[in-house]
Design a protein around this ligand. Structure first.
Ligand SMILES: [Zn+2]
Length: 194
């Protein structure tokens, strides 16, 4: 287990190189491949967050507890936006026929889902699930889902498909970088002390 600083710095400083490699591959596949400033900036944020996200379990109790609440709020808003973007919203309206009741029901339902997911993540966390490539894939999936929410598009980031894919792959790579560094730092320590 490496510490917070190692992971964050490795994330920050390896990002330009990752972007360059991605650009080279992208250009080879499609000559019109281009990444705008918004995509480069957003991918950086998701990449660097990913590079320390697996260590939520090894941080101090205070950070862990506040993270749990932040995740709960985040997932509540995530589900609330999904409900609003989907046909579930209309189905609730068909059922109650009052607009503010639709808001009340969909928000409360999102809150319960957000609570359950944050509790579920906490359970998985104790079993070391965060230090697996499955978790990296889930993080990438969440990034992709966020980029496709209507509320995200209202910020006018104006991303094309190349860019959405790039940000999603950046999340996965940043997260995976953490796992690779943990792997090598633990085998390095083993060699040193045996
Ligand atoms: Zn770790």
């Amino acid at each position: 287990m490496s510490n917070f600083k190692t992971h964050i710095y490795s994330g920050i400083f390896s990002y330009p190189l990752f972007m360059l490699i991605y650009y080279l591959i992208g250009r080879n596949i499609d000559s019109s491949f281009i990444l705008g400033m918004n995509a480069v900036s957003l991918a950086f944020v998701f990449y660097v967050i990913g590079s320390d996200l697996p260590d939520l379990d090894s941080n101090t109790a205070l950070i862990k507890r506040s993270m749990q609440f932040i995740l709960m709020i985040f997932f509540t808003l995530f589900f609330y936006n999904i409900i609003n973007d989907s046909s579930i919203h209309n189905k609730i309206y068909d059922f109650v026929s009052v607009d503010y009741l639709v808001v009340f029901i969909s928000f409360t339902f999102s809150l319960i889902l957000g609570f359950l997911v944050s509790k579920g993540l906490d359970l998985l966390n104790h079993r070391g699930f965060f230090h697996t490539f499955w978790a990296a894939a889930i993080y990438a999936f969440f990034t992709f889902s966020i980029l496709n929410l209507n509320i995200f598009n209202s910020f006018n980031f104006d991303l094309n498909e190349f860019e959405t894919t790039f940000i999603t792959v950046s999340s996965f790579t940043g997260y995976s970088l953490h796992l690779v560094i943990d792997h090598f730092s633990s085998s390095f320590k083993e060699n040193k002390f045996l």
